[in-house]
Design a protein around this ligand. Structure first.
Ligand code: GDP
Ligand code: MG
Length: 177
């Protein structure tokens, strides 16, 4: 997971947003440390985590910010969004409400973040397919309409987590190059 002595060509700040308990902290733990926990309390208070990866022969340090339990509406401050070039908008495929709140989070992003921010919408917990409450097609349609990237993930099974981060980071990379 990255050689700490290597030189860094880019630092990209990416923010995680979405309702409480959708799996934001576990998605980050999976990406940054390849860890997963069914008990997420351990991650409270952590502001951001980093992982350095190589994109087209350049080293890119991803600085991923996690809300430390500030998910109540409008509680995430503008400092959280400041300087962010990417955003991951997460819902839980087993919780319809977390998907219904996505437009709210988008509105918040669009009022606080840079207008060119790269956004991916993520439907997490695909390992709970038998409890699915949000059809993939509904989400895909919404993402298309709003111009968002879209993937479904499982932090538990490590499905598509790497892919989701790479999608955002590569798009940002292409914009700045
Ligand atoms: P956050 O509030 O959005 O940061 O959500 P957490 O990352 O704290 O996760 C909330 C709960 O969902 C925890 O019990 C996690 O273990 C669980 N969780 C997170 N991701 C997944 C997943 O992909 N599958 C399943 N089954 N549970 C998950
Ligand atoms: Mg969390």
């Amino acid at each position: 997971y990255g050689d700490p002595s290597q030189k860094i060509d880019y630092v990209f700040k990416v923010v995680l947003i979405g309702d409480s308990a959708v799996g934001k902290s576990q998605i980050l733990a999976r990406f940054a440390r390849n860890e997963f926990s069914l008990d997420s309390k351990a991650t409270i208070g952590v502001e951001f985590q980093t992982r350095t990866l190589v994109i087209e022969h350049k080293s890119v340090k991803a600085q991923i910010w996690d809300t430390a339990g500030q998910e109540r509406y409008r509680a995430v401050t503008s400092a959280y969004y400041r300087g962010a070039v990417g955003a991951m908008l997460v819902y839980d495929i087993t919780k319809r409400q977390s998907f219904d709140h996505i437009p709210r989070w988008l509105e918040e992003l669009r009022s606080h973040a840079d207008k060119n921010i790269v956004i991916i919408m993520i439907g997490n917990k695909t390992d709970l397919e038998d409890q699915r409450a949000v059809p993939t097609e509904d989400a895909k349609e919404f993402a298309q309409k709003e111009g968002l990237f879209f993937l479904e993930t499982s932090a538990l099974e490590a499905t598509n987590v790497e892919n989701a981060f790479l999608t955002v980071l590569t798009e940002i990379f292409n914009i700045v190059n």
